[in-house]
Design a protein around this ligand. Sequence first.
Ligand code: ADP
Ligand code: ZN
Length: 721
Amino acid sequence: MKTAEVIVDIGHSEVDKIFEYSAIDGVKEGCRVRVPFGRKVIDGYVMRLKEGSEIDPARLKPVAEVVDEALTPECLRLAEHLAARYHCPKAIVLRLFLPAEMRRGAVHARYTRLVEIGAPAEIPARAKAQAAAYAWVQEKGACDYTRLCERFGRGAVNALLEKGALSERKERAFRRPYEGAEGNFVPRPLTPSQQEVIEKIGASEKTVQLLHGVTGSGKTEVYLNLIAAALAAGRSAIFLVPEISLTPQMLSQLRARFGRQAAILHSGLSAGEKFDEWQRLRMGEAKIAIGARSAVFAPVENVGVIVIDEEHDGSYSSEQNPRYNTAEVALMRAQYNGCKLILGSATPSVETYRKAVEGEYELLELPERINRRPMPEIEMADMRREVRRGNDSAFSSALREELEKCLQSGNQAIIFLNRRGFAQSVVCRECGAVVKCAQCDVPLTYHSEEGCLKCHYCGTSYRMLTACPECGGVHLSYRGTGTQKVVGELKKLFPAARILRMDVDTTGGKEGHFRILKKFAAHEADILVGTQMVAKGHDFPSVTLVGILDADMSLHFSDYRSGERTFQLVTQVAGRCGRAEEKGIVILQTYDPENYILRFAAHYDYKGFFRHEIELRKATAFPPFARIVRVMVVGEEEKKALEVLKEVYFSLKELFDANRGEFLFFNKMKSPVKMIQNKFRYQVLMRLKSDALLPQIYDRSLGKKTRDVNVYVEEDPANLS
Ligand code: ADP
Ligand code: ZN
């Protein structure tokens, strides 16, 4: 008799071990099963099957039920690997591999009832409806039961079924997201540079390939060709994009080209759609998993290529436990499957590019746009001069002129604001206090449309204030520029222009940003105003003008990556324009026109930027020359959080004292954002020369977690707030 080694679906470290059960019929490795546990029956996963057991057979309980074969052998090995790598209970890691709704049993497969011709039987002459229904099925073949009833009456159809003249079967019906997004696939020859890149990838011995190509150089076409080649070889593919890049154009391209072979996994889908797309991949009905970060766990087998588009994007590092790095997981899968991992970007992260120039990754370049279209010219507008001239609007005179020209010629424009968080905070003019969220310690943002104040960390909304909560003063003023204010100004400047706004507020709900982008793509608006999400990946041929309102904002963050981020942002937003026949122009507004980051960006000089940045990182010992590790201690009660912090700190301090040479920095402190959703946030921040102590840091920190106080470890966090 076989024994099943089971991980039960409970996320506590106390039960993070193998439990043995005797196998019943149908139990296989990778199965989701129901097992008796204590007085309950709960879900578990079969990690291994083995002969016999050390445990007394009389005490070994049998598996209660087999649910399904959810996990592939690769998933099981990957889960073990990740659990060890991120010091995370296996049950929690395994949850990454299934849609959440499926675990809770909240979604089920949907079936359609089909009826078809059955055994010969007599249909009485007076039963006209029966005869008609029978003839219909005879002519059409298998029909949907409900539709047939609608047409000929339930009585007639049921009578035919009863006497066996019609027979019935169930067929799996898949709910499909973005139905109707199909476009027409026009095959087109690759350009010689695209061809060359593909050949080099084929010839390369390295697993990881970095495709560094300017915006509009045709990287997407390269990815699609590699995916098609994997499919032709009988293998599958994983194609990861930042969430926001799952645009109507991208989807219709993929649908047109790959049809039902493509499955889409992302958070905007309904539970049923997600479940069905996942199942189509698991059953091998679909072969290409397309999605944001979490699609790296897609249940495809025999993977032939993995693509990570816009590899520099911050959304690829997870902000939930386990805090995995998507490229790292993708690399494990590429190695397991013996396939290539393609990282693509116009602005690769400094860490990635360094690995490429040092030879760890293959470096491939597409330095020119398709058809040698010129890159849009980036012109700086010195906002200090504008202010001196008495212009206190959000728009420089240069940008206003270009907007006018653009609208007159019937083209489209994108206006980019750096971050809505800086929009319109409320300041007391008497005591200088900034009005903050009571639960999160971050400034509230004024929303003029709803006439309220909102916290962008927790979403709480507050009524407008009439007096300062600190001093009671009644002279409150608004500071900064928000998307709404910009739209208001634009409406005054260009009353005839059709304007769309896209930020986190407008894009809520299923397929929210999808709709806005679709509208803009269909040229149902002239100007798109938005934050970060307008910067990424979109391909709108009629956009000839991009205005960057506040290029400096992200330069002033106290984060070592702020220069890199700014360079990426400017390059990416600029890349949205001049993609078709007409030339594009970018107006970059700044209070700091001499800034070297902006200068490199304005000249599309990635290599210059990289050389400068890497020297700086080396001189200051920041990643990739060091590793930043942050241990977060988060709890509702400040006292308890502080107690845990103390324990974590002392344990890590021992490590620090014994290995001083490894540390460049070590200290405990409040987090920059001291509170989020009523939880106090403390941290121990470290900068390390290597990864040698990482396992010990995880062990010493995570062990201090309590029921009320959470502890987690972040490596080179994308966000230090
Ligand atoms: P990137 O992903 O590098 O920003 P895209 O793949 O979006 O660039 O390509 C930019 C534009 O060039 C798109 O409009 C695309 O349709 C077009 N394009 C790409 N490859 C080819 C090709 N081989 N022939 C003609 N047009 C192409
Ligand atoms: Zn809040």
